[in-house]
Design a protein around this ligand. Structure first.
Ligand code: ADP
Length: 177
């Protein structure tokens, strides 16, 4: 991989990250105001291991990263145990929860399950550096930004597939080594 890359032009984070141009946009959660129901459908409709949390869809400013399994467990527990948490309850990842309108169900506060400093690189970071960081820090995923806006995600498996492609081998043959 390394030697090949030195001869050809360098692969950058933007070449490996998802979504690809033709893919649907990144599945993100906004930090305030999504309902329990909305987050449950996001979980049901996707199989991603985690979701970036952003300030808003418009800004795409990254706030943190939440693992799918932590979301599932927290929502299940809240529905079972927390007085009054229902489909229409709002989910908050913010530090402070604004007062809810009268007669609305109690909010669900999930800041505690969010990774507040997920690893990020810019879209122009060279992939050999990204690979190095994954190895050294034992990362499972890394987010990609451009001018502070969230653009995409690179998982460990994306990197393994990329390396297999570079080495011109069948991805499945090295994925699980
Ligand atoms: P893995 O890469 O180990 O299968 P995931 O199931 O989380 O891990 O991701 C599957 C694919 O979807 C990967 O190519 C990854 O880059 C991409 N992906 C991961 N999370 C998201 C997300 N929240 N929105 C869109 N694509 C994602």
């Amino acid at each position: 991989l390394e030697s090949k890359e030195e001869f050809s032009h360098k692969t950058l984070a933007m070449d490996v990250m998802r979504p690809r141009r033709s893919d649907p946009p990144l599945s993100v959660i906004t930090q305030d105001g999504m309902s329990v129901e909305e987050v449950e459908s996001l979980i049901a409709e996707t199989s991603y291991s985690g979701f970036p949390v952003v300030v808003s869809h418009e800004s795409q400013r990254l706030v943190g990263f939440v693992q799918r399994r932590d979301l599932v467990i927290s929502i299940e527990n809240a529905r079972k145990r927390q007085e009054g948490v229902v489909s229409a309850s709002r989910i908050f990842f913010t530090e402070y929860t604004p007062p809810q309108p009268p007669n609305s169900p109690p909010p669900l506060k999930l800041r505690g399950i969010m990774d507040l400093s997920p690893f990020t690189v810019t879209d122009h970071t060279a992939m050999d550096i990204v690979v190095d960081i994954f190895r050294k820090l034992g990362l499972r995923q890394c987010l990609v930004t451009h001018n502070g806006r969230l653009l995409g995600i690179i998982t460990k498996k994306d990197i393994l597939k990329h390396m297999a492609q570079m080495a011109n081998r069948d991805p499945d043959s090295i994925l699980f080594n």
